[in-house]
Ligand binder design. Structure first.
Ligand code: ZN
Length: 569
């Protein structure tokens, strides 16, 4: 599909809410046209009409949702957001009528030749995980997920004279003062301990409802359904097991060395759980200016990567597609969304003056650049790839900008780069532990809460053997995962970050060997959007699949050299 030459400025975007009756009528026409005997060209024209509708609906939904996040206290915006939420299932149902028609279409081979098989694989997976017979269970699942979110966000923890929620408390967890971060950890886990019964109970019910959904749909247990829901198209559980084994073989021993080194750096005997997030006795480096200064500096940062990225960033600034300030009624967090009518993305973040701002900025710019680069993909389904692939674009850009991070950090750029690399390596075993745990849970849905805690302790011994919780309450009883919201909200969504990081680290290694080649492979990968499944996307960019044995070896060797660790080979 052709997108408009220049997108409008953000302030000029005001998409109308779709008229549901008119929309139903247009979907009925589309289904009727696809069901008629017609030439391939006529069917393709119908698919284009459907695609334009989907882009328009999504543009309205993204814009409405973004505006709500920008001011959650505005009553009109909140009501509009509620309409988006309420209409979601209707849009999904309408699309399903079309995809059902395309999956069974007499011209399917021609259509697959035209669009590739990925869209058909995605639609098949979506069709497998839904049937009206599980509607009640889906509502129950949504209710339990909201109950988890409410339970967490209701946290009001007394700490040094302040009453804090979990995110407010988190910043004290990496305080340069060891006593402060220890007490912050005690406060956090004491709160989890007070609510232990409810966290156990909610998770038990979620496992039960998901298992019942899966069995109703004909799966043996929730695992297959979970993989389908995550749209895992070209890899399976055995591939993931191979990857986790590689992390245990190569990264777990590296982490043990890094923790010893960290203890020396911090001047302590042993890195305890509350020390893990602190890597520099002087505190972590901070950007040298405020948000407006960073936006200005970033021109030089992206210019150093490529002309395309420079021009893209200049366009984002010119069109007002960045909202990076903290405001009292603005929602927290950071994300990238897009308006598919024009293909232009928008970055939402909350800069707070820490090094995290630089990471969020470049991370979300990676997502944004991919969304823009793939805007002319022929199907709406290809505008974004599946989630493990999405994170390759964001995490890799964090490494591609690394040589010019002096524009944010001055002479502490090197400290930033070292900590960034360290934190990403240290993350890999934890990410795998969260994934492995969920496989055990859903394979043993009848397990009690105590048995599930036992699963986690076994897994911790495999992936996080150097962790020491000391005398912290609750967390040492096998319940760390209760603070990881993905476990409750989006089962199996976590290994994605480790798979993407394995790819991003390869881009890091390759960018130091041949920067221009790495960048051109990166840009080409962004253009492919979601037109291919994960392994094929990785391969197309010259990356080794994380599922192949030895995929992490080159990265580990380069990281050891970079961090000044002696090689044992
Ligand atoms: Zn991301």
């Amino acid at each position: 599909m052709m997108t408009d030459p220049m997108p409008p400025a953000f302030e000029d975007i005001h998409p109308e809410e779709p008229d549901l009756d008119a929309l139903r009528g247009r979907y009925a026409e589309i289904v009727a046209a696809l069901s008629r005997d017609a030439t391939l060209e006529e069917h393709l024209a119908t698919i284009r009409r459907w695609d334009e509708l989907r882009r328009d609906v999504d543009t309205w939904a993204s814009w409405t949702s973004l505006r709500f996040h920008q001011d959650t206290a505005d009553e009109g915006r909140r009501q509009a957001q509620e309409r988006v939420d309420a209409l979601g299932p209707t849009f999904a149902e309408l699309d399903k009528r079309v995809t059902h028609c395309l999956l069974n279409h007499p011209r399917r081979p021609d259509l697959e030749a035209r669009f590739g098989s990925q869209a058909f694989a995605l639609w098949e997976a979506s069709n497998r995980v839904f049937d009206p017979s599980i509607e009640e269970l889906l509502i129950e699942e949504a209710r339990l997920k909201s109950a988890y979110t409410s339970l967490r966000s209701a946290a009001a923890i007394e700490f040094d004279g302040e009453t804090l929620n979990l995110s407010g408390l988190a910043r004290y967890g990496t305080d340069a003062n060891r006593d402060v971060r220890y007490r912050a950890s005690v406060a956090k886990w004491a709160w989890f301990e007070q609510n232990a019964a409810e966290f156990d109970d909610l998770y038990g019910k979620l496992v039960d409802v998901r298992t019942r959904m899966a069995r109703t749909l004909g799966y043996e247990n929730y695992e297959g359904m979970g993989y389908d829901r995550m749209h895992r198209i070209d890899y399976d559980r055995e591939d993931v097991e191979t990857f986790r084994a590689e992390v245990r073989r190569l990264i777990v021993p590296l982490v043990a060395e890094l923790r010893e080194r960290q203890a020396m750096t911090l001047g302590i005997d042993r890195v305890m759980a509350w020390d893990e997030g602190v890597h520099d006795i002087a505190g972590n480096p901070k950007p040298l200016g405020d948000r407006a200064w960073m936006v200005e500096q970033a021109h030089a940062l992206f210019d150093a990567v490529s002309d395309e990225l420079r021009d893209f960033y200049a366009m984002m600034v010119e069109l007002g597609m960045l909202d990076l300030d903290i405001r009292p009624t603005k929602a927290g967090g950071g994300f990238c969304t897009s308006f598919p009518r024009w293909g232009v993305p928008f970055i939402f973040a909350n800069f707070n003056g820490t090094k995290h701002d630089a990471s969020v900025f470049t991370h979300e710019m990676g997502h944004a650049f991919q969304a823009w680069s793939s805007r002319d993909q022929p199907l709406y389904d290809y505008l974004w790839p599946t989630l493990e692939s999405c994170e390759i674009h964001s995490m890799s850009l964090e490494y591609l900008v690394a040589p010019r991070l002096d524009v944010f950090f001055g002479d502490r750029a090197e400290d930033f780069r070292r900590i960034h690399l360290l934190e990403n390596l240290l993350f890999l075993p934890y990410g795998c532990a969260v994934d492995h745990f969920q496989h055990l849970v859903y394979a043993n849905p009848e397990a009690s809460a105590a048995e599930r805690a036992g699963f986690w302790q076994d897994i911790e011994a495999m992936y996080l053997p150097s962790r020491d919780y000391g005398d912290l309450p609750h967390v040492g009883t096998g319940r760390l995962w209760q603070a990881q919201h993905h476990v409750y909200e989006v089962p199996y969504y976590y290994i994605d970050y480790t798979l993407a990081e394995t790819c991003a680290l390869q881009f890091w290694v390759r960018s130091r060997e041949n920067f221009e080649k790495a960048v051109s492979d990166y840009v080409a990968l962004c253009r492919r959007g979601g037109s291919l499944p994960f392994n094929e996307l990785a391969k197309s960019a010259g990356l080794r699949s994380p599922f192949s044995k030895g995929s992490l070896q080159t990265v580990v060797d380069a990281a050891r050299a970079e961090l000044g660790l002696t090689s044992d080979r």
